[in-house]
Design a protein around this ligand. Structure first.
Ligand code: ADP
Length: 497
């Protein structure tokens, strides 16, 4: 494995002290308590800046500002006006993309190679939601009532949306909330993750520059158990859109009960990635490796349970391990680096704990498994790790690790693979590598998950809905259904006699 640790060059302007950085009603202000906390670069341990620490009183001010904006000038904006806003911010994002990619890399560790590569995808997302502004429409419906009564439905924005964002890719994931909010005419209070808030703050600046009215999007940086909890409980928030762990999702469901909030929850995963002996292994080996190691394994739909047909297991593990060792791990500000650090010391400890558990439960450590402290200094680095001879009931096969660890589990035939693939609490994604159309279709229908990839992994298009089965959450992101979750539907009966 090649290891690189070049030093950051050029600091984005946002890294100047930003403690006065919660956005309420169009004004950047400090948290009411004046408290702040440090933002770290996970590749170096270096303090990047300080972030304002919002509490329940700041959340309350932000919700009030969002409510005022919802009922004010914004409610008179036409679909065309909102579409223009989305397209203007799209253009500003394109113009400032190098800075945004650098901020994301410094803040959450994903290599520049990855963050720079998100440009086209973010452009697609913004164009998609700009298009959705014109799709908010009701229907004229038939009825069998006596008299001359006509029936129709209309749609209206749901109101104030609380958006709680994870740290594993905020540059993208904030758009899964901001997109439908702006497309439908809702307003939002966004709570970025405490470990990666900077790209959310920078995007908010660009929204203001693009002409967003004050209060339409408000930003409260701070801790999940304080600011996030206050937002989920707030009685004047109509909907929560959340991406994060299943444990936190459960807390949000409980906190939202007070005013029966609408919820969209994208939670954890432990996705099966199934390789049949008839697959094109030249594609399946790197495909399966990156399904697990992309973004240092910190992706909810990562393909972490790698089912490999027994007849090719030894050969596959050997090739997978060899491929893993070629991956360049290091500080992602170096454009040659492919795998960045883990987000935090806490998360790294969790990954290392699972590596120990895997070995103690009898799995074979085929490659990786070491922290790269000595080689890479203070960053939170771990080698891409392959476990073989895993059984589906082992802890490393059942629990979400959220790090670059893949478990290879042998199977005998399609039925055997399917049984194990579905023997899990989650259901976010799944993949099949095969040259048989019949196997591909059979597995696509059989795997209990919201997205199935055949001979590929991880593609997510804004026009195609993404969501989960079981404890991976509910509600859709993307696709024609997504904006519906941000709308109320109202039926109208009109007596024309
Ligand atoms: P992780 O454990 O990987 O950090 P979380 O699900 O806890 O993932 O974090 C995702 C987002 O949820 C973050 O913005 C975090 O601050 C927020 N969060 C954490 N705890 C709570 C909570 N009790 N209520 C609301 N939001 C929370």
């Amino acid at each position: 494995m090649s290891r690189q640790n070049s030093h950051p060059e050029g600091r984005p302007a946002i890294l100047a002290n930003i403690t006065q950085r919660i956005l309420i009603g169009g004004e950047w202000v400090s948290a009411a308590s004046n408290k702040s906390f440090e933002a770290f670069n996970p590749a170096t341990g270096e303090v990047l800046t300080r972030i304002a620490e919002a509490d329940a009183s700041d959340v309350d001010s932000a919700v009030k500002a969002a409510r005022r904006a919802f009922e004010g000038e914004w409610s008179r904006w036409t679909p065309y006006d909102r579409q223009r806003l989305l397209l203007r911010v799209h253009d500003l994002i394109e113009k400032n993309f190098e800075e945004l990619a650098t901020i994301e890399t410094l803040d959450m560790g994903a290599p520049l190679q990855r963050t720079r590569g998100l440009k086209r995808y973010i452009s697609q997302l913004l164009n998609f939601y700009a298009g959705q502004t014109a799709n908010v429409a009701g229907e004229t419906l038939p009825n069998s009532l006596a008299g001359n009564i006509k029936t129709m439905s209309i749609k209206a924005p749901v109101g104030v949306v609380g958006g709680i964002i994870p740290w594993n890719g905020p540059l993208i994931s904030q758009w899964w909330i901001l997109g439908p909010v702006l497309a439908t005419g809702c307003t939002a209070v966004i709570k970025p993750a405490e470990d990666a808030s900077l790209s959310v703050i920078r995007i908010a600046e660009l929204l203001i520059e693009a002409g967003m009215p004050a209060g339409v999007v408000n930003i409260v940086t701070g801790y999940g158990h304080v600011a996030g909890a206050a937002l989920s409980e707030h009685l004047d928030v109509d909907r929560i859109a959340f991406t994060g762990s299943t444990a936190t999702g459960r807390k949000i469901i409980q906190a939202s009960a007070g005013n029966i909030k609408r919820l969209q929850l994208e939670l954890g995963g432990k996705s099966p990635d199934i390789v049949f002996a008839d697959a094109n292994l030249d594609a399946a080996v790197p495909g399966a490796a990156m399904a697990a190691f992309n973004n240092t394994g910190q992706i909810c739909y990562a393909g972490t349970r790698l089912f490999v047909q027994r007849s090719i297991q030894d050969q596959f593990v050997e090739r997978l391990s060899a491929f893993s060792r070629t991956l360049r791990v290091g500080n992602g500000i170096d454009p040659n680096v492919q795998i960045g650090p883990i987000i935090s010391a806490k998360q790294l400890d969790q990954v290392m704990r699972y590596v120990d558990i895997g070995q103690s439960e009898g799995a074979t450590l085929a490659s990786g498994g070491k922290r790269l402290e000595a080689e890479l200094g203070k960053g939170f680095f771990v080698e891409p790790t392959v476990f073989s001879n895993v059984t589906n009931d082992m802890t490393i096969a059942q629990e979400e690790i959220f790090g670059p660890v893949v478990s290879v589990i042998p199977f005998d035939n399609a039925e055997h693979a399917l049984k194990m693939a579905n023997d899990i609490n989650y259901g976010l994604g799944g993949a099949v590598w095969t040259s048989s159309l019949s196997t591909a279709m059979k597995m696509s229908h059989g795997i209990k998950a919201g997205t199935i990839w055949i001979n590929c992994y991880g593609q997510i298009d804004p026009g195609v809905g993404f969501g989960g089965y079981r404890m991976s959450g509910y509600g859709w992101k993307g696709g024609p259904q997504h904006v519906d979750g941000f709308l109320y539907q109202k039926a109208i009966y009109m007596n024309l006699d």
